[in-house]
Every structure is written in C-alpha cells, then in structure tokens.
Design a protein around this ligand. Structure first.
Ligand SMILES: Nc1ncnc2c1ncn2[C@@H]1O[C@H](COP(=O)(O)OP(=O)(O)OP(=O)(O)O)[C@@H](O)[C@H]1O
Ligand SMILES: [Mg+2]
Length: 300
C-alpha cells in the first residue's frame, strides 16, 4: 500500500489534486481511496457526489472517505476512555465526548487513528490524503515523539502512581498504560510509513505567488527536516499567454516564481497545472488527471 499526501497552503488546490490523483490511479486499475484529513471536508463538492462517513465506492476501483469528526471523536473517546479520563482528571477538568473533537490537536489524533485503521487493513493499493491547510503531515510526524515522551514519563511514574490508580478503581492504571501503549504503536507505525519513501510520497501544491511560494518552501524545509522527502510540487493556477495587459502582467510575475521553484527544486518533479478559468469539479477532474499524470508530469 502506498500513501500520497497532498499538502500546501489554504485554497491552492490540494483537494482538486487529491481527487484527480484518485481518479487517475483508479483508472490504472489500482484500488484507490481518497481520504479527507481536513475537518472542513470538500471532497463531496469536488467529486460532485455525496460521500459518507465510511469509505464509499464512487467509481470503478475508486473509494472516497470523509470521516465524521463528531462521530469519530465519540469512538476515539471510547477507545481511550481511561487515558482521557486520567489526563483531564489531572487538571480537574471534565470533558464530554461531544466537546472533545473541537479541542486543539484532537482532530489530528483522530485522523491519525483512522488512517492507521486503513493502513493496517491494507485493502487499497493507494491512499491519497487530502490534507488540511496546516499540513496534517507535521502533527503525524511529531505524534510518536510526543506519545513516546508521555509513555516514558508514565512508565517512569509507574511504581508510584499506577498502583495508586489501580487502587482507585481495579485495573484503572493498567488500562491507561494499555491505551497509551496502543496509541504509541499506532503513531509509530504511521511515522515509519511516512518516512519510508517506498510507502509514502508528499506532493506540495502551490500557486506562483510570493506568499504561497514562501509558505511552500517553509513546509518543504520542515517536512524534510523530519526525514521525509517531498518528491513533487504542483504549481497550480498557471495562466497562459493572452493579449490583455492584466494577463500579461500576471503571466510575467508567475513565470518568475515558476523559475525560482524550478531552480530551487531541480531534484523534484515539478508539474504545471493551468488555471481553468472556472471551478474544477465533477467531470473536469478528468482533465486535471490528464494534465498531471496523463502528460507524464507526475507519476503515481
Ligand atoms: N486549476 C484550477 N483552475 C481553476 N480553478 C481551480 C483550479 N484548481 C483549483 N481550483 C478551484 O479553486 C478552489 C480551491 O481548490 P481546492 O478546494 O482544491 O483547494 P484546497 O487547497 O483544497 O483548499 P483548502 O485549503 O480550503 O482545503 C476550488 O473552487 C477549485 O475548484
Ligand atoms: Mg481542501
């Protein structure tokens, strides 16, 4: 099973590229899942089809999945009930499953848990991950060290505290340890999958404008500092030559950013995606798939 993460700044075309990648991959006969890791899902709109909160078959060899964060947070809460109760108990705070999903960092944990379920199930040849603008890959990379640190500390206190917790309620301390260990195994499994270039690839989507190019450079630096290679960059919304002043100015400015990216990242595949002049959804995704993969700019 391979994983392709589409990462990048908000609104640059990550979801469109994820959907088009899914379409292309499924047309090559690969069992493909397009998985939304963005709490503000947009795959239903882009595929122009209703996608459920379980992986839905939406075409031949093609599945799409937009986990329902509220529903999944309840499942997550159940799975890690003891750990969560103990953690919030430390701060004398009460937490309800329905409030849980909106807490900072929790959506990343829940999506990591879901992605792990999909990864270990090994049902698909390719999973395309449509990330949230904040690049969901970073929390995925950082989670193992956070949970490992947490586990070490808990294990360090084991003799002192676990016995006490077990006394509060029989098996409570051991249940917490079991849940933390389970979470650590999952986050390590996903981290190992992401840093293995045979398993994972990260494609950064950007547009030829200053703020987007700079943010992409920062993203690539951070991701690569974690030992994960960004193999491809998609430069989206590229304008073609036209006689009007407005387009000519825009084209000239775009060319300089495209050249900068090509010079800086000569070791990566760089794909150019034209601005279509209209929203991309439904049938027009086929053209994006053709431009990105059919033309040989990118490979799966
Ligand atoms: N090449 C293109 N030509 C014209 N419109 C495009 C192109 N690529 C994307 N769009 C449009 O731009 C908008 C944003 O695209 P998309 O939702 O894929 O971006 P995103 O990076 O996933 O955004 P977000 O960060 O909000 O998740 C959509 O309306 C989409 O139809
Ligand atoms: Mg999106």
């Amino acid at each position: 099973m391979r994983l392709i993460f589409m990462a990048g700044k908000g609104g640059v075309g990550k979801s469109v590229c994820s959907a088009a990648t899914g379409i292309w991959s499924s047309q090559q006969g690969k069992e493909t899942l397009v998985f939304s890791m963005d709490p503000a899902h947009s795959l239903s709109d882009i595929f122009d089809i209703e996608i459920g909160s379980k992986p839905d078959k939406i075409g031949e060899h093609l599945y799409a999945y937009e986990p329902d964060l509220n529903e999944e947070s309840k499942n997550f809460f159940k799975r890690y009930k003891n750990m969560i109760t103990a953690l919030f108990g430390l701060f004398e705070a009460e937490v309800k499953p329905e409030d849980f999903a909106s807490m900072p960092g929790i959506s990343e944990l829940i999506f990591m848990d879901k992605l792990n379920d999909i990864y270990v199930e090994k049902k698909y040849d390719l999973v395309v991950i449509d990330s949230a603008p904040t690049a969901m890959v970073l929390p995925l990379l950082q989670l193992p060290s956070i949970t490992t640190g947490f586990v070490s500390r808990i294990l360090g206190m084991r003799n002192k505290w676990i016995g006490l917790l077990n006394m509060l309620e029989a098996g409570f301390g051991d249940a917490i340890l079991g849940e933390i260990r389970g979470m650590r195994i999952k986050s390590e499994t996903m981290r190992n999958a992401i840093i293995d270039p045979k398993t994972s690839a990260i494609t950064v989507v950007t547009i030829p404008e200053k703020a987007a190019v700079m943010e992409s450079q920062r993203l690539i630096e951070i991701v690569e500092s974690h030992g994960v290679l960004v193999g491809s960059i998609v430069i989206n919304h590229v304008m073609r030559e036209c006689d009007c002043q407005f387009c000519m100015r825009k084209v000239t400015s775009q060319i300089s950013y495209i050249d900068d990216l090509k010079n800086k990242y000569a070791n990566k595949r760089i794909a150019i995606l034209d601005d279509f002049g209209a929203e991309v959804k439904g049938d027009s995704l086929q053209r994006v798939a053709q431009d990105l993969y059919g033309s040989g700019q990118l490979t799966i």
